[in-house]
Write a protein that binds this ligand. Structure first.
Ligand code: HEC
Ligand code: HEC
Length: 217
């Protein structure tokens, strides 16, 4: 490991979280929530019967919104620089900041704890530390925490607030990006987002092809 001191820090943090969360057993409530929520996405063909193109477009986005508004995604898209954790979207413990680049501060970069892959933990109620090669906080202009789906939709379409992306680039990001893909493979103890990344890509494709209409905020 590159930084033995940081590894000890992670261990201490994880042990601390483990103690605190013994009573609430978050991994149990997450898997229960997964069963309750339904884990698949409806295919594009399920929306063929909606004759009005704009209404069909909105309905396709609402279905994709089951992924976009899932805490696995939203937790990394705050306005205040503070990542959230868990299905209850509590502020990240320990207190961290995305810093100017989203990768944390020089003193405490995300990579001090988040590796390139999910890291399973043994002997704590926290079952893994999430990981991905691109792990970083989304910029504040892409904020989704507490934002209604219609407003997220408008943000996604706005090049001034989506990293200068065309709709094609937005589709590519949703369908192919490896950090987005983490949502379906978040590691032990965390509920994945519904469906597959491929199914999300197809919904976004069909949403764009029907005029990329947004639900009213
Ligand atoms: C000191 C260690 C540490 C640092 C630094 C750190 N994290 Fe974390 N992070 C963790 C641990 C441990 C968890 C898992 C906690 C849990 O699941 O309850 C976690 C969980 C998360 C989650 C929650 C995933 C989910 O959907 O529940 C997000 C998002 C996150 N971190 C983002 C970041 C970002 C972005 C940075 C850098 C700006 C960062 N973290 C820096 C230790 C750290
Ligand atoms: C670990 C943090 C993290 C997680 C988890 C995460 N994102 Fe992001 N997201 C980012 C960062 C950083 C950017 C900006 C960099 C980039 O565009 O690649 C971003 C940008 C985006 C964008 C670009 C356009 C915009 O306006 O927001 C989309 C779309 C997006 N994320 C979708 C998702 C979806 C869908 C999920 C869940 C399946 C997700 N993200 C989960 C960090 C995250």
């Amino acid at each position: 490991m590159r930084h033995p001191g940081l590894v000890i820090l992670v261990g201490a943090v994880v042990a601390g979280l483990g103690c605190k969360s013994t009573k609430s057993a978050p991994e149990v409530s997450e898997s229960q929530a997964a069963q309750d929520a339904g884990t698949s996405l409806r295919p594009v063909s399920a929306f063929d019967s909606i004759v009005d193109t704009q209404q069909r477009s909105v309905a396709l986005f609402v279905e994709a919104g089951r992924v976009i508004t899932h805490p696995r995604c939203v937790n990394c898209h705050p306005a205040d620089g503070v990542p959230r954790q868990g299905m209850d979207q509590r502020p990240h413990v320990p207190a961290v900041s995305g810093g100017p680049s989203g990768h944390g501060t020089p003193a405490l970069p995300c990579t001090a704890c988040h590796q390139a892959r999910n890291t399973p933990l043994v002997g704590t109620s926290l079952r893994s530390v999430p990981g991905n090669p691109k792990w970083a906080l989304a910029p504040a202009e892409m904020a989704w925490v507490g934002v209604p789906l219609g407003a997220i939709c408008e943000q996604l379409k706005d090049p001034a607030r989506n990293g200068g992306k065309s709709l094609e680039a937005l589709h590519h990001h949703m369908a192919e990006d490896v950090l987005v893909g983490w949502g379906w493979d978040p590691g032990p103890g965390l509920e994945p987002v519904p469906g597959t990344q491929r199914a999300l890509g197809e919904l976004i494709r069909a949403w764009i092809d029907t005029g990329a209409a947004c639900p009213s905020p």
